[in-house]
Design a protein around this ligand. Sequence first.
Ligand code: WAQ
Ligand code: MG
Length: 646
Amino acid sequence: MPSDCFSLKMRASLGMRHISGAEKIIEPDAIPAHLQALLERAMHHANGEPDFVNFKLERIPADSILHLNALPVRSLTADTPEAGLELMSGLLDSLGINRAREIVELLSKTHGMRGAILLDADTLEHLEPDPERGVRATMMDSAESGSGTHCSPCKNHYAEAMVLAAKVANAPGIVAELCISDDPDYVTGYIASKTLGYVRISPLKLPGSPFGGRIFLYRGPHENISGTIAFLEKQPVLVHGIPPHPQSSNPSDTPDSNERIRTAIRNLHDRNLHRTEEVFVSPASSSVTLHGHDTLMFASNDYLDLANDPRVKDAAVEAVRKYGAGTGGSRLTTGTQTIHKELEHALAEFKCTEDAITFATGFAANSGVIPALCSRSDVIFSDELNHASIIDGCRLSGARIVVYRHNDMRDLERKIAACTPCTGLVVSDAVFSMDGDVVNLPEFLGLARRHHLFSMIDEAHATGVVGPGGHGVLSLFPGLDLRPDILMGTLSKALGSEGGFVCASREMTDYLRNKARSYIFSTAPAPASAGAALAAIRIVMNEPERVTRLQHNVAFFLEQLHGLGIHARTESAIVPIVVGNSARALAAAKRLREAGIFVSPIRYPSVPENAARLRLTVMASHKESELIFCAEALAEAVSVDFCRLT
Ligand code: WAQ
Ligand code: MG
């Protein structure tokens, strides 16, 4: 007489959000090992770090368990998700289900349910008692996993789906099951029934899509549906003989790794998201040569036209003569030269802080500074539109990341309050790189101060652009006595060179020199870059009229746009024109190019998928006639495009 088993269930969530769940049916001896593995899975899930993990252990009498055989497995591949769904629909048809297409369409639009939709296979009437949650199949496991030897902390999509499919196919009245994973990276789904077996189909969606769901199809009298649901939810089931994963069992079947690359590139083309570089034969400037044509540049971050300024270029050459082409080491070994210290002193003077520290790039600054300040026990509050380098810095830190609505200080306040007491950081772009607006600095710094959190502002697009003399966002609020702990910026935009920097207290820069890994483990910036940046800062400080000219140009350009009925807005030199989808942004940029104007179509993932835009940047050296010309060409490109594509 076998001893009783236990059902062990785990469910992890963060706030209201489901992170991970799993269940096992195991023998008593195996409980500790499985608990350990499920704990591991709950705490280190790609969906995030949970704040709530629930374990449930239930005794199951051995004789109540139903033993089932696994369904036979087949794998089909399609060229596209549409073709995959078509295959699924054909198989459903072959089961005598007439409205196959409608059912498959419903599946591919499902999203975010905990359980499955339960449909009458013929009338498509919904039979699930709670349509938000759906019907969940539980109390099941693979017979082979119960001994404790197979307790992997990772989800095995295939094996778990095989267990579920075997149980569902054996439920009274269920004629078929359809499934697409809601894991954005898992594009293989399946259709299963007792007669078809388990048919894996790949792909059923594009990589990156969170859409996923399940449908159970039922045929029979509706008064019996509660019996079916009870079977799905309560009947303990062990599934025997799950074959090894069809791909791992036969390496010659596995698509070679280059095939993955090809598929990924094809997907980018299909979604109008493929990018290539444009090759310029001339220096960065407001007018460039492109494919032999004189072209007006409205896409550069070289706002003050310093990248090609003779004094800046001479300073770079002079620095190479004096210090060489490279530095031969990282900053803490042999890479610090007089020019680096001069540059840091000038930056500190420009931003009115005690000290500054420079990094190889702005990306290196953000991805190094944030993990130096925060670790797993901290919380980082980050604006939803922050730059990718901030997002990656947050991820690298291992801290819990709380994203607040764009520049919404009430939302930030609520989210901080919900986590208090906590230690950590609030971080925001000063000027948002794709929207051109400015952070609500007084409230942002006030909240950080009140809750004893570090504050960090990224002035990549603010330095040399906003405030009197281009001194940045702090100069927009002269009465404000709060300062961010970290005032980050770049040397590569208005300052015309390359590199990132942080202006802060001497204590903070000392700390960062010892803790920021991208600083410690990168070769020091090349003398040419440092020399050019130093000359550029001096020019900005000595010639505030350049910044005034830029700010005048922005105001003038906006006036022209408004006069043409384009309601563009900006608080910086970045003027976004949101056009909708990627195809539309590409088409408008192409028309402008034909008119002799270069602008960037900005698409997902730089901006949300339905908010593709033209991102125009104004430069100090644009002439009024050029600004007028651009505004008119833009009005035309956008209106033509709208007529054609809407
Ligand atoms: N009972 C009913 N429905 C469920 C359950 C459950 N226990 N668990 C998940 N669902 C629903 C829910 O709506 C999800 O959004 C949807 O199914 C997908 O769940 O052979 O990973 O857990 O390689 O994301 C298929 C493996 C993997 C194919 C499916 O589903 C293969 C998968 P996920
Ligand atoms: Mg999932």
